[in-house]
Design a binder for this molecule. Structure first.
Ligand SMILES: [Zn+2]
Length: 176
């Protein structure tokens, strides 16, 4: 018997290998309706406090063809056709802080670039203005990428194939 741990999730999986979750190459396979084990998705360290769940979205890549037709039709059909799976993106303190620092750096740099547009505007410099708009956009996009913990590579009725996990976490899962 394990001593009672007040921080453990109700169905704590800290000490057992997660049987429902398996590995498929660089992806984790999670059966529909199941959640990830309480381990850091990067380094596989046990995580005691669960973060808020995040919803993964996916639709068949064929729908992107609709963009050629009409972006509005794509958005409407995409919203109807997309599948979702809510999972808990566990991160250890170290990886949580690393993600936060990177996000602060990117969004901070993006804001600095926006501030620079005013300088370019003030000195009537089109080059400074254009470059800073470009920089703000690039840093913002990189920031969005850095903030993403997990993404759905595919969602079917039976399972979700999840990308963004670290090798240490994937290595702990049983092979598909
Ligand atoms: Zn970690």
């Amino acid at each position: 018997m394990h001593p009672h741990n007040p921080y453990a999730a109700p169905d704590s999986e800290l000490d057992v290998l997660p049987q429902h979750c398996s590995r498929d190459g660089k992806f984790a396979l999670l059966p529909s309706g199941c959640d990830l084990p309480a381990r850091c998705i990067k380094c596989n360290a046990p995580v005691a406090i669960a973060p808020k769940k995040t919803t993964l979205y996916w639709h068949t890549p064929w729908l992107y063809l609709l963009i050629l037709l009409n972006i509005l039709i794509y958005i409407i059909v995409g919203l109807i056709a997309r599948r979702t799976h809510a999972v808990t993106p566990y991160l250890c303190d170290q990886h949580r802080l690393r993600r936060r620092r990177r996000m602060q750096l990117c969004f901070g740099a993006s804001l600095a670039c926006i501030a620079l547009t005013f300088v370019g505007d003030h000195f009537q410099s089109g080059a400074v203005f254009g470059l800073s708009i470009f920089g703000a956009l690039i840093f913002f996009i990189v920031g969005l990428f850095v903030s993403r913990r997990l993404y759905a590579n595919k969602i079917t009725k039976e399972y979700t194939r999840i990308g963004g996990c670290g090798e240490a976490f994937l290595a702990s899962l049983r092979q598909q």
